[in-house]
Unconditional design. Structure first.
Lengths: 357, 167
């Protein structure tokens, strides 16, 4: 047996597992370093220095934070339900990490003559899988908030769940618009359709075809990840800490961490749906070197994703929080009608330009 | 036993256990959580039948939307003190008889189906999105549109009922 055959058999069996491990590691690593970047960025905007003690430029700060979280005393309130109290952060973390499975992180890579896609699971209902996991993500917050047996935690949980349900509708409708445009539910197919950057006299990326859909999706993604200006579930001035008031030690860490993982994943989804995913300009010029394309593609996917993570942080430190009635008005009276109108307009345009029969 | 069979029995066990616990839990919040667990087990069964679309839509609609609202209302009304009153015995007996009759009807209806599904005649593409979409927008177009009109009417009705003053 030659080396390449060994390599292919090895890769064929292990590649999805390696890919899954890689996605886990990258999501967690990026989430950890997002906390550092967020603090540095906030410091920059507020003319401070930010974390600077642990390592050069404070670069070891996430490690120090992690050690602190793990070493702290863990307190479970006496009157709460222990099992559900532990289940809450577990679900939050689980659903945050599950979404990474269907995202194509790069074009196909060639190992010893065989092609492997840089995706853990290429299911044919990938987009719906994403929506499904997002829709059960709210249980982590609800169960945790209720099991804490604390009125602030319960109020925070109720706020979070009503907000997430409200914005899921507009998000779902904008995703339907996108599905109409691309005609598939498969995430790898959506990425492949946005191949390159420029074709037939117009950009290939979905953002340039339908910017309004992206805008609606982006606002809903902010609301779904409970980030400012939609961070009412953990509004300190009204609710102490919101749904995680009673949590301490690494369980609190899981909740906070799940928010950053969610941020990373939703940024990845945005760059996949609207900004071409792993596609980059002039990729056809390199078509003789497929592995080079794969590497640059994965890098461009990561760069786009990190850009959106940066935008999330930028918004957090720029825009003040909404009032609750403003939040609900925006969700129900502006975003849902707007996304419905967008859906109808897209349908009519597609019919008029002869894209559908 | 094949992997599919092992998975089938595990999922069935979970579904039966959580279904029983929905009825037997004293605390309504636990009932709702067991019901959600059962929905996940049933979604697992759909995936075993290769009906991925049905499985995911089942999760999105039932576990992701309807049960969140259930949980929401129960938490909001603070029903988490075990306050449920004991029903008189005849109510329990009547409930068991009614449920048993329902099951008998279902079993009878299933026995009457023309071709029982086996491993050989089961069409594995029947649950895919393409098949479903084609059937839904050709053979069942009118029922599909009518049911969406019904949903719209129900939604408008709910909004009207929840409004305090209608001028």
């Amino acid at each position: 047996m030659t080396l390449s055959i060994v390599l292919v058999t090895f890769a064929g069996f292990w590649f999805p597992l390696i890919m899954a491990g890689l996605v886990f590691a990258v999501s967690l690593g990026v989430a950890a370093y997002s906390t550092y970047v967020e603090r540095k960025f906030a410091a920059f905007l507020q003319d401070r220095l930010g974390p600077s003690r642990a390592g050069p430029w404070g670069i070891l700060q996430p490690l120090a934070d992690g050690v602190k979280m793990v070493m702290k005393e863990e307190i479970i309130p006496n009157v709460s339900n222990k099992f559900l109290f532990i289940l809450g952060p577990a679900i939050a973390m689980l659903t945050a990490l599950m979404t990474g499975a269907v995202i194509p992180w790069g074009p196909k890579i060639n190992i010893g003559g065989e092609w492997f896609s840089l995706q853990v699971a290429d299911v044919n209902i990938g987009v719906l899988y994403l929506l499904g996991v997002v829709s059960i993500g709210v249980y982590g917050i609800m169960i945790g908030g209720w099991a804490s047996n604390n009125k602030y935690a319960l109020l925070g949980a109720l706020r979070a769940s009503s907000q997430m349900i409200s914005y899921e509708i507009a998000m779902g409708i904008s995703v339907i618009t996108l599905i109409m445009l691309s005609g598939t539910l498969q995430t790898s197919e959506i990425a492949a359709q946005q191949h390159g950057f420029w074709a037939d006299g117009w950009f290939t990326w979905n953002f340039f075809k339908n910017p309004l859909t992206f805008l609606i999706f982006f606002i809903c993604a902010l609301a779904e990840t409970n980030r400012t200006p939609f961070d009412l579930p953990e509004c300190e001035t009204e609710l102490v800490g919101g749904y995680h008031t009673e949590y301490s030690s690494m369980k609190l860490g899981f909740y906070l961490f799940a928010e950053y993982v969610n941020m990373f994943i939703s940024s990845a989804v945005m760059s996949l749906f609207f900004f071409g995913g792993y596609n980059f300009p002039f990729m056809d010029e390199l078509s003789n070197h497929p592995n080079l394309v794969a590497v640059i593609g994965a890098a461009s996917m990561l760069i786009k994703t990190l850009f959106f993570v940066m935008v999330f942080m930028w918004i957090r430190w720029t825009i003040p929080r909404f009032r609750y009635d403003q939040l609900m008005n925006l969700g129900w009276k502006i975003l849902i009608p707007l996304s419905l109108a967008n859906l109808v307009a897209t349908g009519i345009t597609m019919w008029a330009t002869g894209k559908i029969g | 036993m094949t992997t599919t069979e092992i998975l089938f029995f595990i999922l069935t066990g979970i579904a039966f256990f959580s279904g029983a616990m929905v009825v037997m839990s004293r605390n309504p919040v636990y009932s709702v959580l067991y019901l959600i667990t059962m929905f996940f087990a049933i979604a697992g069964h759909y995936i075993l039948l290769n009906a991925q679309f049905l499985a995911v839509v089942h999760i999105i609609v039932y576990a992701g939307a309807i049960m969140v609202l259930f949980l929401f209302v129960i938490m909001m009304l603070n029903l988490n003190k075990d306050t449920e009153p004991h029903n008189p015995p005849w109510v329990k007996i009547a409930a068991v008889i009614a449920g048993g009759m329902m099951m008998a009807t279902l079993v009878g209806a299933l026995k009457e189906t023309a071709t029982p599904l086996t491993k050989t005649n089961y069409d594995t593409t029947i649950g895919t999105v393409e098949r479903l979409g084609n059937v839904l927008f050709s053979d069942f177009l009118i029922p599909f549109e009518l049911s969406s009109a019904l949903f719209l009417a129900a939604m408008v009705g709910a909004v009207m009922l929840s409004k305090k003053n209608i001028h």
